[in-house]
Design a protein around this ligand. Structure first.
Ligand SMILES: Cc1ncc(C[n+]2csc(CCOP(=O)(O)OP(=O)(O)O)c2C)c(N)n1
Length: 425
């Protein structure tokens, strides 16, 4: 099997000092079926793969307040996300959850962008944004209950200000745009309101909260995404489209999804596009802060393409060796986001052995809480699926419920039906 990553993508990410945050670039990617070729153009980066920091005129101003405490927090959050991911994979293998889509390799893209958010911003994600959820304060066990199949959402979306995960790839971009337009309407009709569309203010004052939609490279082929971006741009909606280009849509490489770098599509929709090294947590933090500020000040949406790599399988049901080489994975392993940030922090003297141990202790505690929080979680009653469909009783739902009860009774096998039904929960 040939290598599946375009060497230009790796060269681009390996090179320190790139600072083309407004992005451009010609695609030039190979078009063979196995290539994950992405563009050869500039990708914004502030930490090189060896951990050294370099200046970036456009991103640096967004990092001025980053102190040692925040650096350690970013590192700990990335380490915790990686640990939760590993534990969840193990829990799937042990039969505690049905399926798990690992985020391994995408920790910087998720933690960096989530840290740019304010508490009053709102997130619409896909199914892989576990680290975003953790940074939003969602307990790991709550995250996993969905994958155990016992709840539709493991958390209160309004409390966390993060919608339940979306499996219809790309639909969350439309939800985000709808929510963002709602923010504009609220602002226009609220006290002292004025229409935010038809001329965004340019005084730099943040007047609304913002919305972030997370989606993958594969989702960009969905019509929903194009509709969402077109609509968001024409309405100057306060939304950030955060695309994690992890090179794969299950077995489909990104080069088969797009003839141009994904970020280049932004111009067609009429919004700024930023291509950022998704394995560089500080670059992601800065680029997302900048885009959020633009959104909150009336500047409209931004498309961020965070270039990263899914180092694990698509889900625990996937075997990636069927469609990509180990050399491809090894090349990206050299760009590992957690190792890179650790090297950076060690160079700064911010991460010493004691701080590393403290981060590992946090990981151990989170992992223990996750295991005890999910193992043995009772299944919901069989009736639960019929509840909450309508606020009022509904004849069709009642008929379906009765039919399902009769179906379960069919397994009674001479014994007490209700008892059997109970046992088949
Ligand atoms: C509308 C729709 N079409 C197809 C699928 C099946 N599907 C599930 S995940 C996936 C790939 C998504 O890839 P990408 O958007 O790059 O996200 P990633 O899984 O890499 O995070 C597909 C095609 C789906 N869930 N929804």
């Amino acid at each position: 099997m040939p290598s599946t990553t375009d060497p230009r993508t790796l060269q681009d990410l390996s090179r320190a000092g790139r600072h083309d945050a407004s992005v451009d670039s010609a695609h030039g990617g190979a078009r063979d079926r196995t290539s994950t070729a992405t563009p050869s153009g500039g990708t914004a980066q502030v930490i090189a793969p060896d951990g050294s920091r370099h200046a970036h005129p456009e991103l640096d101003p967004w990092l001025e307040d980053v102190d040692d405490a925040l650096l350690r927090q970013l590192y700990t959050d990335m380490a915790v996300a990686r640990r939760v991911d590993a534990e969840s994979t193990a829990l799937q293998r042990q039969g505690q959850i049905g399926l798990w889509p690992p985020l391994l390799g995408q920790e910087a893209a998720q933690v960096g962008s989530a840290h740019a958010l304010r508490g009053d911003d709102f997130v619409f994600s896909s199914y892989r944004e576990h680290a975003v959820a953790l940074v939003r304060g969602i307990a790991p066990a709550d995250l996993l209950r969905v994958w155990r199949g016992v709840v539709g959402s493991g958390w209160d979306p309004y409390a966390a200000r993060m919608a339940p995960m979306q499996v219809i790839i790309g639909a969350q971009t439309l939800h985000a745009t709808g929510y963002a337009v709602g923010l504009l309407v609220e602002r226009a009709t609220g006290p002292g309101g004025s229409p935010a569309w038809g001329g965004p203010p340019s005084d730099g004052v943040e007047r609304t909260s913002a919305v972030v939609s997370y989606f993958g490279d594969g989702a960009t082929s969905q019509g929903d995404v194009h509709e969402a971006m077109t609509f968001a741009a024409t309405w100057s909606a306060p939304v950030v489209f955060f695309c994690q280009n992890n090179q794969w849509a299950i077995s489909e490489p990104v080069a088969l999804q797009s003839k141009v770098p994904l970020v280049e599509r932004a111009r067609g929709y009429g919004m700024p596009g930023v291509r950022v090294d998704g394995n560089d947590v500080l670059a992601v933090l800065a680029a997302t802060r900048q885009a959020l500020h633009r959104a909150r000040t009336g500047g409209g949406p931004t498309l961020i393409e965070a270039v990263t790599y899914r180092m694990g399988p698509h889900t625990t049901a996937d075997d990636p060796t069927r469609y990509r080489t180990s050399a491809d994975v090894d090349a990206w392993r050299a760009l590992d986001p957690v190792d890179r940030f650790a090297a950076h922090l060690r160079g700064l003297g911010v991460l010493d052995d004691a701080a590393e141990q403290a981060a590992q202790d946090t990981c151990d505690a989170v992992a223990a809480a996750l295991r005890s929080g999910i193992s043995g979680t009772p299944d919901p009653s069989w009736e639960a699926v019929f509840e909450h469909v309508y606020a009022e009783p509904h004849a069709t739902v009642a008929a379906e419920r009765d039919a399902y009860a009769r179906y379960l009774d069919g397994f009674a096998d001479g014994a007490d039906g209700a008892e059997q039904r109970e046992g088949r929960r």
